[in-house]
Write a protein that binds this ligand. Sequence first.
Ligand code: ATP
Length: 297
Amino acid sequence: MPQSPPALEVRGLTRRFGEKTAVDDVSFVVEPGKMTGFVGANGAGKTTTMRMIMGVLVIHSGTVLWGGRPITGHDRSRFGYMPEERGLYPKQPVLDQLVYLGQLRGMTRSDAAAEAARLLERFGLGGRGKDKLESLSLGNQQRVQIAASLLHGPTALVLDEPFSGLDPVAVDSMVDLLRDRLREGVPVLFSSHQLDLVDRLCDSLVVLSDGKVMAAGTSEELRSRGPRRHRIATVPDAGWLRDEPGVTVLDVDGSTAVVELADGAHERVLSRAVGHGLTEFTPLEPSLSDIYREVTR
Ligand SMILES: Nc1ncnc2c1ncn2[C@@H]1O[C@H](COP(=O)(O)OP(=O)(O)OP(=O)(O)O)[C@@H](O)[C@H]1O
């Protein structure tokens, strides 16, 4: 029977810098084949967590598990990692660096060269292989960094802000490449400040605030736990909702209002709305951005 692909899990991960606990008892799972967004304000502890996952920073307590057992150096060497500090050499030609990295990761020279050329082509950089990295625009340098993390057919991807500085076309071509890996069951963890992108791309979300996990789960789970918003329209005017118990009006414009309903208020507000000339009563699914704002408020 074929083995199911491994999940990446962190359990109780903790890291201090002097007096400050930068990552505080952090636990979450990145399921195989799932794109998991890692979000949080500046300084929330995302980079520190990713560094501990990759073994470039000592873990003070907790564990990283790969396929349910403690991760090894060999496991990590097969991951694709895009560190915050990036790490390619500005003064060396793009293709040479990629081939070198591929060889470091156990590829033959010719396999590494072929795969590097294929990835550069996919990113529209087919003609730039002989150029020094520093001669490329920042967005194109970013594409090369991404190619470096994908080169060796990684078993998991840990990507620190992979989309920052990319234009929408570059984001889409990167996402296409990631989807190829996801289909093979590779778990992908990526940090981002771009909530709209996270909303569009993620299967799951981990929200970090001040070193702690504020929410973690699949998009559906988090959405079902998110604020219960409704759009209610009553003709001629929806202003009466302002005085209705159990209703928080977020926006009202003439006959239409967007509201949050308290637990148990739904039936009563619906029947009151009928009395006020109801034309619409629609539940609104919260976006991941709404959920993020809610849990970090
Ligand atoms: N090497 C270090 N020495 C001292 N403090 C550190 C070190 N690395 C991180 N920190 C502190 O740990 C906390 C978490 O930082 P981290 O870089 O992990 O956050 P982040 O969520 O990745 O932020 P950003 O979104 O700005 O990249 C911050 O308060 C930071 O100043």
